[in-house]
Write a protein that binds this ligand. Structure first.
Ligand code: GCU
Length: 595
């Protein structure tokens, strides 16, 4: 029925589902090497049933392409969630370990059903307290609920924890006392949580301390932690989200400049965790140039499920198309056909360790994510982590069938809304390669005129550089040469405004308002068109949703309807504020543009 040799390639997490006859009766076999594989196989089988697929002639073989498939909670120990839009943290630290919320089991099942196998419990802007005995016991209680579902827990750690909670006078990674402190800490953790996954580290970034304080490198810091965790099989996920402008005045170049020279210096249980793009989860960014640039180091990809810059829990924005655009991008790092997905799954360089992380949008809200449609992003993250080759349409259809309805009309209508929602958001927020136009602090609405008095790179004006001459950030070889961090032919293609894809145009080029676009229109006309199109698309989404009244339950219908109304209002605001602001330059007497 299923030969042991067939299971060889299934690994620890894969499975085979097969319809066979046994004793003259039709049966379904779900076979795997480990219990985790059976678990995933069963969820696959449930999915088929929920999707109303035939289950009498099954012949399925599946295994995940990426090894570590993690959620990253940006949850603080006081119960708040950084960039969380769905209530409070689900981790009730006050009541743990005595009271264990029954929701943790639901959380575990939901995540296991989409193949998530790890979760970082606390914010990357970490507090040292997570490593105290009390919190380790609390975390151990969570771990025991997640364990049967194949989910390991991880901590974000603060680099100077040995000083803050260990009584040491330094956190220098070369100091023997510091090294011993981390080793003892690891031992303490593993005593209580034998399958603990490891540490996530935000170091020397946005005020977080790092090894640089002591003149050491990222590799020195990461390797010290790796040494402490390695006896237990733990890993270190060291983030490349750094932008020290003393290294380069173009923020997008900083991560690459700091990390590429360290390639080959990291211990074997270290992954570098890099955001999809070089800035910060903007509605659209070109790929992070680090993908493909550090062949000796496994690069993990960090995506953002919580919609910090894409309307938070008020806008319907299905992010799978954004993630697919990144995963399917060719880095050309080893010649044509070296996709980001192949860097991330480790196959491009034969890495045995690979990983992907999604910044969670989960909170205490009854619907977990604030917006019913935000759940689609959680679902899509898990599915793409399992196999980046799945299409966003296929994932959307599965989710719609399981969440809303199996009625073909309903599926078609919702699928269409979801498919165009991300591009619509890009259009009404940051079209044609614009980025970082949001208001300061909350990052919700438009703020193209925002200037941070202390930091240029936290100002919108730093990114769009609009003036009467034109708009856009010149990262071409004549500007900051940000394009120089990409492999050929990307470097050459993106270097010229003629061959640069228009979706990235103002990311790489500063162009006159009169610049002629491929449509024959001027840049200013085209920009206006995009903003207008974005708003119109939301209007269409709204009407489309209204056509579903009566086909889905009233409560969820009303929830989405109310949010779409707000989304339309917000999209109009983005359009009006941005066009009014840019218009001041584009239509000024010396812009060269007809008024
Ligand atoms: C963004 C976000 C911060 C977060 C940071 C990070 O800048 O706004 O809240 O801490 O990313 O990823 O570290």
């Amino acid at each position: 029925m299923v030969q042991p040799s067939e299971l060889e390639i299934a690994g620890d997490e894969g499975y085979i589902i097969r319809s066979v006859f046994f004793d003259n009766r039709p049966v379904t076999i779900i076979a795997a090497n480990k219990s985790k594989g059976v678990l995933y196989g069963i969820f696959h089988f449930f999915r088929l049933i929920q999707n109303r697929q035939a289950i009498d002639k099954l012949s399925i073989q599946s295994k995940p392409r990426i090894q570590k498939r993690l959620l990253n909670h940006w949850d603080n120990l006081n119960g708040s969630v950084e960039r969380g839009y769905a209530g409070k943290s689900i981790w009730n630290w006050e009541k743990l370990p005595v009271e264990v919320d029954p929701r943790y089991k639901d959380y575990a099942r939901v995540n296991a059903s989409i193949g998530i196998n790890g979760t970082v419990l606390n914010n990357v802007n970490s507090q040292a307290e997570i490593l105290t005995k009390g919190y380790i016991s609390k975390a151990a209680a969570i771990a025991s609920v997640l364990r049967p579902y194949g989910i390991q827990i991880y901590f974000s750690i603060k680099f100077i924890s040995p000083m803050e909670i260990g009584g040491l006078s330094t956190a220098d990674p070369f100091d023997p006392h510091v090294r011993r402190w981390w080793k003892e800490k690891a031992q303490q953790i593993y005593q209580q949580i034998p399958d603990f996954g490891g540490f996530l580290v935000k170091a020397y970034s946005e005020g977080q301390p790092g090894p640089q304080i002591y003149g050491r490198t990222h590799a020195d810091g990461a390797n010290m932690l790796a040494e402490a965790l390695s006896p237990y099989g733990g890993i270190v996920m060291w983030r490349s989200f750094v932008y020290d402008l003393s290294i380069d005045s173009d923020r997008t170049k900083c991560g690459y400049l700091e990390f590429v020279p360290l390639d080959g210096q990291f211990a074997t249980n270290v992954l570098i965790q890099s955001k999809n793009g070089p800035v910060d989860f903007q509605p659209r960014e070109p790929i992070n140039p680090l993908f493909g640039a550090m062949p000796k180091t496994p690069i993990m990809m960090e995506l953002q499920i919580t919609q910090e810059y894409t309307g938070q829990s008020n806008h319907l924005v299905y992010l799978a198309p954004q993630w697919k655009e990144v995963l399917d991008s060719d880095t050309f790092s080893k010649g044509p056909g070296t996709l980001v997905a192949e860097i991330v799954d480790g196959s491009a360089e034969n890495h045995t360790l690979s990983g992907i992380a999604g910044v969670s949008g989960i909170g205490t809200d009854r619907n977990w994510m604030g917006h019913h449609f935000s759940q689609a992003n959680w679902y899509a993250f898990g599915r793409l982590a399992w196999d980046p080759a799945f299409t966003s349409g296929q994932i959307a259809e599965e989710w719609i069938r399981m969440t809303w309805s199996n009625d073909p009309k309903t599926i078609g209508v919702i699928a269409k809304m979801m498919a165009g929602s991300w591009e619509a958001c890009v259009d009404y927020m940051t079209p044609l390669g614009l980025h970082h136009l949001m208001a300061a602090g909350h990052h919700y609405g438009p703020g193209p005129d925002y200037v941070n008095p202390g930091r240029a790179d936290w100002s919108s004006t730093y990114y769009h550089k609009a003036d009467s001459q034109g708009i856009g950030f010149d990262r071409s070889s004549k500007g900051t040469n940000g394009v120089g961090q990409y492999a050929e032919p990307l470097r050459r293609l993106w270097d010229s405004p003629v061959t640069c894809p228009e979706k990235y145009l103002l990311w790489f080029h500063h162009l006159p308002w009169t610049h002629q676009m491929s449509s024959g229109k001027t840049l200013w006309q085209e920009l206006r068109l995009h903003y207008k199109r974005g708003v119109e698309a939301v209007g269409i989404m709204q009407k489309t949703w209204d056509s579903l009244e009566g086909r889905i339950d009233q409560q969820r219908f009303d929830h989405v309807k109310a949010r779409l109304e707000m989304q339309l209002e917000n999209a109009r605001e983005w359009r009006d504020v941005c066009l009014e602001y840019f218009g001041r330059f584009a239509e000024s007497p010396n812009s060269g543009h007809d008024r």
